[in-house]
Ligand binder design. Sequence first.
Ligand code: GAP
Length: 412
Amino acid sequence: MTDMNLMEKIVSLCKRRGFVFPGSEIYGGLAGTFDYGPLGVILKENVQNLWLSMFRDSRDDMYGIDARILMNPKVWEASGHVSTFADPLEDGKMFNTMFKTTVGVGEEATSIYLRPETAGGIFTNFKNVVDSMHPKLPFGIAQIGTAFRNEIAPRDFIFRLRELSQMEVEYFVKPSDWEQAFEEWRKQMHLFAKMIGLPQEMLHELEVGDGDRAHYSKRTIDFEFDYPFGRKELWGLAYRTDFDLSAHAKASTVELTYLDEETKEKFIPHVIEPSLGVDRTILAIFVSAYREDQMGDETRTYLALAPKVAPVKAMVSPLLKNKPELVLKAREVRKELQKIHPAIAWDDNGNIGKRYRRQDEIGTPFCITIDFDTLGETPELKDTVTLRHRDSGTQERLSLNEVASRIKTAIE
Ligand code: GAP
């Protein structure tokens, strides 16, 4: 399988199985936009929920917000995006990649931008979070949301989009503590990669050189990933100094400082920013999980998704569809397993081999089959089921309790 062949296969599987569709497809699409389908939206939510749990909810020093896409255009003037958020066109001119729109009616109408990064809403709410929550430094503000960039050449499926989602943290520290915080977040990003099943050997750190960093950053590490179209930026970790808070304080004339209660020292905190693109994360998950192997006399396609991110955790099926006693028992089993996790699928279509293949292709880690032995045809096997493992295709005969605990352990 060549690398570009792999991309074609991923794009095709994503559409065929309801993960990702081209945006506005029935009208010929809209470049740089893709929609998540029924399975894709669950995968996306799983990734976001794992991020929220690790980067926000399991920590005492993190606060969430949900700020708007539309902001006062002064935000983007102060942040430097109006003057510098641009890419070179072929003739050498610079093209600002912020999307413009208008708010208001008639003469009242003014031109504003769609936010190019979610970070803007975090900096402008710094004072609100400090005044309402009274956090002790160091602390961070986390947000997941949509950002827009009028990319000159959107490409590579969901890699370079015009409408994208970001999971961002702005972590505020004493100026002297930035290096320690940078290292801590660097480790967290590696842990997150591991949690969602990205192989360590496909992830590479790139120290971004002086001329190549964003205008606000004194140090940036790009987390690059081995995509089929090359080693490309997956996430970024930046030391934004006090650039943003100072710039917004100056432009808004609102004081954006932190008062250290103990030392009575007042200062503008510095910022470490781990910034993770949701869509690039999902593409990295597909790239690392896509597999083909020989099973029996056919080539099988499967997604070796980490059970934590898999949209369906297990599929339950009666061996035969036309035996009411099997169907009844299988429905009972499914209901029982749904107490562990709701995403337990039901499939009684076609033969059992076909059902397994359908689940393999969407990355379901476990399949459970109910047969006459489950009902007690062989007395010592009563209330046992067949548990099939996605990656190896191997099957085990286990009690229902054992199956439940296997699923629980895998997704915890
Ligand atoms: N707040 C910092 C910031 O926005 P960035 O490196 O420009 O920094 C952060 O973007 C992350 O957002 C990237 O590492 C990538 O994951 C994602 N991203 C940026 N542009 C993107 C695009 N056009 N399509 C998809 N994801 C994108």
